[in-house]
Design a protein around this ligand. Structure first.
Ligand code: CA
Length: 573
């Protein structure tokens, strides 16, 4: 009896110290309106909320409640999705920073600034896309390829683990995925000839459970023991090329409890020059479904075999129900939208979601392979007179993609995907290249160019079953933030011009907008606090466009940097 009472008292004390995030709560994240526990607002990544007090009729009254600055001299791109739990918001910022904020007042509770070494090599700005919550921890990755777990209440470091060597080009920018009791991470570095892999850790301790390479030929490990080679060595890679094959899964993964699978998209094969790696180059530019229990690849679907355009296939695979079947939708960087069976990977539908794709005419649904346009592949440098530069081609989409890191949303209410798209192309040519540790491993030159005079970005609503576009909202600058869909028949998204906007999900009519003071390149969230619906978004222009955007970068070089998080709600009536 005494023992029982003591245990009861102890558990009550523990609950008082820290309200713990459990596996069950994460599994229920999409349905729980009072918190946002994961990147994607639920492990399926639908970015949909059943909240509807902010709706097509009331959204015009939406006003800011507070804004908090990330401060410091360091700004650059802010691509983070905040998390909300028990009165606290956890939001990451550029240069591997994380803040805990009072959700009601915007007051800073604590800040952690990761000490970054000289010589980090993030390819595409010093961004971070968000954290993960587990137990009393908030966990995020850093630009020097580490994972840090902090106490939610104090911001003190509880554990810290290294993913890999930043001097070899490894970094980390995604939000970790927690599902099935495991913390799952990919890595960045596909432009430096790294070896892409997904890893699973015990979220409480950081201890490595399994690692699964996503370049064919490499050995996987589980509990410190060999766990089988991914694929068959040299089946799709010539010679030694698989040893520096890239395929970094650098965006967050998703998980579906119904299939029991975690889905990670993989980046470009290394180097960009495809002539030196003839073959499909598995599992680059693909969706890879991994069983978290075994650490093995259950299925893969390659969006761009033998990629020659830097068409990273990292985009989020969002599972949903279609015709009574669990399927997944993915708007790939290569300009095609894919629907695959979530349990088997079988291709069900594929259609272009941007105009003017040059590299493939269509995707063959029966074989699952693209119908390539061979003359639109950049030429082999070895076929040129001096062997130094292959013939240049104009390719669309450009390597920044029909869609890039900005996550789309799916509404189970409207059965539509809301996709932040961009239409642009590039001149691209190949050059000879050899691997050097820590050096850019491209073998390509390029210039990004706009395709249209009046817009680059366009928010588009697609029916995944028919491939038909219901509406679009064009935007002058490229869209680089994500989308939120709600039961209030609204979609929210941000623009580099600084606006957070809301549109009618049925018609695409813009109903509300607010100027945040810098470009929005991050996805909005919504949750319920004390009976009221709140909406938050991070503001701060940057990311890959100003660094790599060629002629487009010049077009948008008037945009100002920043770093803040904004929160909105309806006034109390
Ligand atoms: Ca890439």
């Amino acid at each position: 009896m005494k023992k029982k009472l003591f245990a009861l008292l102890m558990s009550a004390a523990a609950a008082h110290v820290s309200a713990q995030v459990t596996d069950a709560m994460i599994a229920n994240d999409a349905a729980d309106e009072s918190s946002v526990l994961s990147w994607g607002m639920g492990t399926q990544g639908q970015r949909y909320s059943a909240l509807d007090s902010v709706n097509t009729k009331t959204v015009k009254n939406l006003v800011p409640v507070w804004s908090m600055s990330f401060g410091g001299e360091k700004q650059r791109g802010q691509e983070s999705q905040p998390l909300v739990y028990k009165g606290k918001m956890f939001v990451t910022a550029s240069y591997s920073r994380i803040f805990a904020v009072d959700v009601k007042t915007g007051e800073k509770i604590w800040k952690y600034e990761h000490r970054l070494p000289e010589g980090i090599m993030p390819c595409c700005d010093v961004v971070n896309r968000g954290a993960a919550l587990y137990d009393n921890l908030v966990i995020f990755g850093t630009l020097d390829a580490q994972i840090v777990a902090l106490d939610q209440d104090t911001g003190k470091v509880v554990w810290r683990e290294k993913i890999d060597d930043y001097a070899a080009g490894y970094s980390y920018t995604a939000a970790p995925l927690i599902a099935d009791g495991l913390l799952m991470t990919g890595l960045s570095g596909g432009e430096f000839g790294v070896v892409g892999r997904v890893e699973a850790r015990d979220p409480k301790t950081g201890k490595l459970v399994w690692t699964r390479p996503v370049v064919e030929g490499h050995m996987g490990y589980k509990d410190g023991k060999e766990n089988g080679i991914s694929g068959t060595t040299n089946a799709t890679w010539p010679g030694e090329m698989w040893k520096t094959g890239g395929a970094s899964p650098w965006l967050g993964g998703t998980y579906d409890a119904k299939t029991g699978l975690a889905y990670f998209g993989t980046g470009n094969p290394g180097p960009w020059n495809a002539h030196v790696r003839k073959g499909d180059n598995l599992y680059s530019a693909a969706t890879v479904a991994i069983d978290p229990k075994t650490g093995k690849i259950v299925w893969h679907y390659q969006n761009t075999p033998n990629d020659a355009w830097d068409f990273d296939g990292v985009n989020e695979f969002i599972t949903f129900d279609m015709d009574g079947k669990r399927v997944g939708g993915k708007a790939d960087r290569n300009g095609f939208f894919y629907v695959n069976d979530a349990a088997t990977g079988k291709l069900i539908n594929a259609f272009p979601f941007v105009k003017g794709n040059t590299w493939a005419k269509s995707i063959d649904i029966a074989t699952g392979r693209p119908n390539f346009v061979p003359e639109n592949r950049p030429g082999d440098p070895n076929a040129s007179a001096d062997g130094k530069k292959g013939s240049a081609v104009f390719a669309a989409p450009g390597f920044l993609g029909g869609k890039n890191q900005q996550p789309m949303a799916y509404s189970p209410k409207s059965k539509m995907f809301y996709v932040p798209t961009n239409e642009w192309g590039m001149d691209i040519w190949n050059e000879p290249i050899t691997y050097k540790k820590g050096g850019a491993y491209l073998g390509a030159g390029f210039t990004i160019k706009p395709l249209n005079n009046d817009y680059i970005g366009s928010l588009r609503a697609f029916d995944p079953k028919t491939g038909k576009m219901a509406w679009e909202i064009k935007n002058n600058a490229p869209l680089w933030g994500g989308v939120l869909a709600t039961a209030g028949d609204l979609v929210f998204w941000g623009t580099p011009e600084g606006y957070l906007k809301a549109a009618d999900a049925k018609t695409g009519k813009v109903l509300w907008q607010f100027q945040t003071g810098s470009g929005v390149v991050a996805p909005p969230i919504t949750w319920k606090q004390d009976g009221e619906q709140y909406i938050s978004v991070v503001s701060g222009w940057g990311g890959a466009v100003p660094l790599w955007g060629g002629e487009v970068a010049k077009k948008v070089n008037f945009l100002e940097q920043g770093g803040s998080v904004w929160t909105f709600k309806l006034p109390k009536s």
